[in-house]
Write a protein that binds this ligand. Structure first.
Ligand code: ATP
Ligand code: MG
Length: 553
């Protein structure tokens, strides 16, 4: 029997609503990104939640671009967002744009003016701020608050017609300047902005504020459960106020805690700074916490979904260990990535008694999820990792040292007979002899060795560049440290190995493919690769070496 996963608090609300026949049991969510940047892992959480709920409860989920701010938005972002959602494995039922509702939102505003619930204000931004009051003092009414409905209708039309400059007038809801919730002290509904919009062009010069546009857009789409992050909790009464005064479909807002992750930052504003100031190569730099960065780094979409599922959602802010995300990445790649051999820090090994020229060893691709075998060329001269040889072996070192034996993965047992150094004392060659009867699969040697090392045949080897990535920041929560978050960037987050030897079969690897370089980690082919030059990104190490580093201090 499979274990029942307990419901999260939003699922509880939904199941309760279904049981009570709210909206006839219909579930309709939406994911409402503002197209002003690329999606990050926080958005992925919201995507998994909203699309996941729709799927689980036979409902629908809309993709709605919340494009009410013309200045920061761009179609490049729209395309990247759609691409990322699809890659994550979700399909939207409808693709909508808040800007498609501009006319309807304008008419709603006219309705509120007609009900005496909105007015045109000539106060400047500073004056409006001064009218706000504070948590302990009530605000003061704007001198324009008592304009007649007729005057408000005329002025609002003139605002729309472009008669006024940016900032000259605003439309405000007429609620209560002494309301205990400051957000309900006559909040702005519209501002004047003579700016080109990525979809509506120059049609509009007044744009609705988030608080006014969001709930009404939800209502227009008959969204039943409008899920957002916790910082909007105090906006909920305003969300409800507009819907109630307009008497339109009663969408409801629910809040959950933002997803935060250690060793990174997660606001689009900060990510944009990293891109613009060239701390990273772009939004999809493999060190970025963006969906596109993670994809490029080689994280499978299933790992992101598993992560979101495992962590679940909370009602209170917290910060999740990025190690958990990496754990999910390893779990997925362990199932799907073929094992291959690559030597990152090479030293030459010569087998003095090998006279067969070359042999092609048949090696299993993936012991976890059988995926056939491949032929790997073997010869007298091999590359092995420098760290797999020691002149003087300490206890429990089961690799190569004078007189010690190891198995070469998928091939033979070899014994170290000698080694050579250059004039600076660096090891340049290790000389071994092999045991002909010890060939993997038909081993009759009766010899048992404790260590197995990987290798690449020198005459058959291909070369590649490998980009070793590490945490982008040196501290767990750069945003909560003193000073600028960029002061905490890890200067060693990218280390390039220009000349790594990879096995023959990898020569035909294509962009996006993932492999386990045995004993070294998971690596995926970067999009920068060309026909002559393969580039691999280190996706994740095999073990959490970072945790060890931290403990060592
Ligand atoms: P940022 O603060 O990173 O710029 P945002 O909230 O302004 O993000 P939007 O494009 O408005 O970004 O977000 C779209 C949806 O994704 C919203 O419903 C928002 O609540 C959700 N979301 C954004 N960031 C996170 C996060 N860190 N964790 C969970 N959900 C998030
Ligand atoms: Mg936002």
């Amino acid at each position: 029997m499979s274990e029942e996963k307990s419901l999260n608090f939003i699922e509880e609300i939904i199941e309760n609503d279904i049981a009570n026949g709210v909206n006839g049991g219909r579930i309709h969510t939406r994911f409402p990104p503002e197209p002003n940047g690329y999606l990050h892992i926080g958005h992925a959480t919201s995507i998994c939640l909203n699309f996941g709920l729709a799927k689980k409860y036979n409902g629908k989920c809309n993709l709605r671009f919340d494009d009410t701010n013309p200045v920061t938005e761009d179609t490049e972002y729209v395309e990247s967002i759609k691409n990322d959602i699809k890659w994550l494995g979700f399909e939207w039922d409808n693709e909508f744009y808040a800007s498609d509702y501009f006319e309807q939102l304008y008419q709603f505003a006219v309705t509120l003016i007609n009900k005496g619930l909105a007015y045109v204000d000539d106060s400047t931004a500073d004056e409006i701020a001064a009218q706000k009051g504070s948590t302990v003092t009530p605000g003061t009414n704007s001198p324009y608050r008592e304009r007649s409905i007729e005057e408000n209708l005329r002025l609002f039309q003139e605002m729309r017609d472009g008669k006024y400059q940016d900032g000259e007038k605003t439309l405000r809801a007429k609620i209560d300047m002494a309301h205990p919730n400051l957000l309900l002290r006559d909040p702005l509904m519209y501002r004047i902005k003579h700016a080109h919009h990525h979809r509506t062009g120059d049609k509009w010069c007044i744009y609705p504020m988030y608080d006014y546009a969001h709930g009404q857009s939800d209502s227009i789409e008959q969204i039943t459960h409008s899920i957002c992050t916790l910082e909007f909790i105090h906006h909920r009464p305003l969300y409800n106020w507009f819907i109630e005064q307009l008497g339109i479909f009663p969408s409801h807002q629910y809040e959950f805690a933002r997803r935060n992750l250690t060793y990174t930052v997660m606001s689009k504003r900060k990510l944009l700074q990293l891109v613009n100031e060239k701390h990273v190569a772009g939004w999809d730099d493999p060190r970025m916490p963006t969906v596109s960065g993670m994809r490029r780094r080689g994280y499978p979409a299933a790992a992101l979904r598993q992560f979101c599922d495992t962590v679940g959602i909370a009602k209170r802010e917290n910060i999740v260990d990025v190690g958990l995300l990496e754990f999910c990445v390893r779990e997925q790649l362990n199932q799907t990535a073929d094992r291959v051999m690559a030597v990152l820090d090479p030293v030459k090994l010569t087998i003095s008694n090998y006279s067969l020229g070359e042999e092609w060893m048949e090696i299993e691709n993936n012991p976890e999820t059988p995926n056939g075998t491949r032929k790997v060329p073997f010869s007298k001269e091999l590359w092995i990792e420098r760290e797999d040889f020691m002149e003087v072996a300490p206890k429990k070192y089961f690799r190569l040292a004078p007189d010690m034996m190891v198995r070469l993965k998928g091939a033979y047992i070899v014994k170290c007979d000698d080694f050579k150094k250059d004039e600076n004392g660096n090891i340049i060659e290790i000389i071994c002899s092999y045991i002909p009867e010890s060939r993997s699969g038909s081993d009759t040697s009766g010899i048992h060795v404790k260590g197995t090392i990987h290798w690449v045949s020198i005459p058959h080897a291909k070369t590649a560049e490998v980009r070793m990535y590490d945490r982008l920041f040196k501290v767990e929560d750069p945003s909560s440290e003193d000073g600028d978050f960029k002061d905490y960037i890890n200067p060693d987050s990218l280390h390039i190995l220009p000349n790594v030897y990879i096995e023959h079969a990898l020569g035909s690897a294509t962009s996006g493919q993932s492999f386990q370089f045995i004993r070294k980690g998971y690596f995926s082919v970067d999009a920068d690769s060309t026909a002559d030059k393969l580039i691999f990104n280190r996706t994740v190490t095999l073990k959490d070496s970072w945790a060890k580093e931290v403990k060592k201090g």
